[in-house]
Design a protein around this ligand. Structure first.
Ligand code: NPG
Length: 371
């Protein structure tokens, strides 16, 4: 295909409740939604970068500029473009994996819509439904957290992830384990909030039989994670540290993790995400699909990714009503504790254009030189 135009949109989606992590509180998701127009039809993508460089160095303003100045011009008008060409064509530009992932996602969507193939079928998905978990932010009290866990279980979630940070770790974890029992699938996520000096403290989580502890130390501290993994019985999972198959291979060979959270945006796209899945699975390392408060577009793609056979642990892909009053696609619903993987061509979801237009706060259309 040949891309004629790439449209960028900022979309403002208020969250139903603020989401607090070790690096701040979000009360709305500012999503960067991307639409490509090709001679084969349209495709949609989503850039998962946050408003500020708090989770990782990428952030939305910068992603917009990078897409406009470097990435979009490298693809616009390129003849015979397919999704597998996107990363090679963008390779000379360092980093910016989330921006690149959004473009690859939109090109892949256009390609698959035209071919009548779903994301899940293209990626090699094997499941019709996935079992999602729910991620609960840092709360103002243990009582509030217990109420939220209780509501989540009533809604049908079977795995709960608690955000932790120094000062909000052993007490809430103990309280949740105590109240909801040993059968609750429980895990924690620190978003790099601890140091190597905290290793003995983190070992105190071991008695709570957690599924995993996610990204306790700094992103670049693989040696520290390996030390921690040797010291504690809770499996160490990496998120922010894993940005490619190469970094997954390095982390695994150092013994820094036994589980990997795969986020397509963080590794530069769904094709690299599949490669990380394939590699980890070949090494006997468990994977699960992370979430970044995506709109229905990213959620559809994540459901497809999570339908691959190695995704044996529940992912952070909750139903739409856990996040937003209103989304830019029809909502994804939790039915008997599962969410259906879209089967239609491409992402398999339609964009609700009036909602998209109403929530759009910024728009720019980029066209190739000949247009
Ligand atoms: O359900 O989408 C979700 C949220 C899951 O906790 C979650 N995501 O650190 O993994 C994370 C965190 C996150 C959210 C990271 C937004 C960055 C942005």
């Amino acid at each position: 295909m040949k891309l004629r135009a790439i449209e960028l949109r900022s979309v403002h989606l208020p969250l139903l409740s603020p989401f607090r992590t070790s690096h701040g509180t979000e009360s709305a998701r500012e999503a960067l939604v991307l639409r490509v127009e090709s001679d084969d039809g349209e495709g949609w993508g989503e850039c998962v970068a946050g408003s500020d460089p708090l989770y990782c160095p990428e952030y939305l303003e910068e992603a917009w500029l990078t897409l406009k100045r470097y990435l979009a011009p490298a693809l616009l008008g390129a003849p015979g473009l397919t999704a597998t060409d996107v990363q090679p064509l963008l390779h000379e530009f360092k980093g910016h994996r989330m921006a690149k992932a959004a473009l690859e996602m939109a090109v892949l969507d256009a390609e698959l819509r035209a071919a009548g193939v779903s994301f899940a079928a293209y990626l090699g998905g094997v499941a019709d439904v996935v079992t999602p978990g729910i991620a609960l932010g840092i709360m103002s009290s243990v009582d509030e957290l217990q109420d939220r866990v209780s509501e989540s279980l009533e809604a049908g979630y079977r795995r709960v992830k608690l955000k932790i940070c120094p000062g909000w770790d052993l007490v809430p974890v103990a309280a949740v384990r105590d109240r909801f029992g040993e059968n609750l699938m429980l895990q924690v996520d620190a978003n790099s909030a601890y140091q190597r000096a905290d290793i003995d403290h983190l070992a105190c989580l071991d008695p709570f039989c957690l599924l995993l502890i996610e990204q306790p130390l700094e992103d670049d501290d693989l040696i520290g994670h390996a030390q921690l993994a040797r010291r504690i019985t809770t499996p160490v999972c990496l998120d922010e540290s894993i940005v490619s198959v190469h970094s997954a291979a390095t982390a695994i060979s150092l013994g820094a993790c036994s589980i990997v959270n795969i986020k397509a945006g963080r590794v530069g796209g769904y094709l690299e995400a599949r490669a990380v899945h394939d590699f980890c699975t070949s090494q006997g390392v468990g994977v699960w699909c992370g979430g970044m408060l995506e709109t229905g577009l990213g959620r559809a793609a994540n459901l497809a990714l999570a339908s691959l056979p190695g995704f044996t642990l529940p992912g952070d892909i909750s139903a739409t009503d856990r996040y937003f009053h209103e989304d830019i696609t029809p909502p994804f619903r939790l039915v008997d504790g599962t969410i259906a993987v879209p089967t239609g061509p491409g992402l398999g979801v339609e964009v609700l254009r009036p909602v998209l237009d109403a929530l759009t706060t910024r728009f720019e259309a980029l066209a190739g030189a000949e247009h």
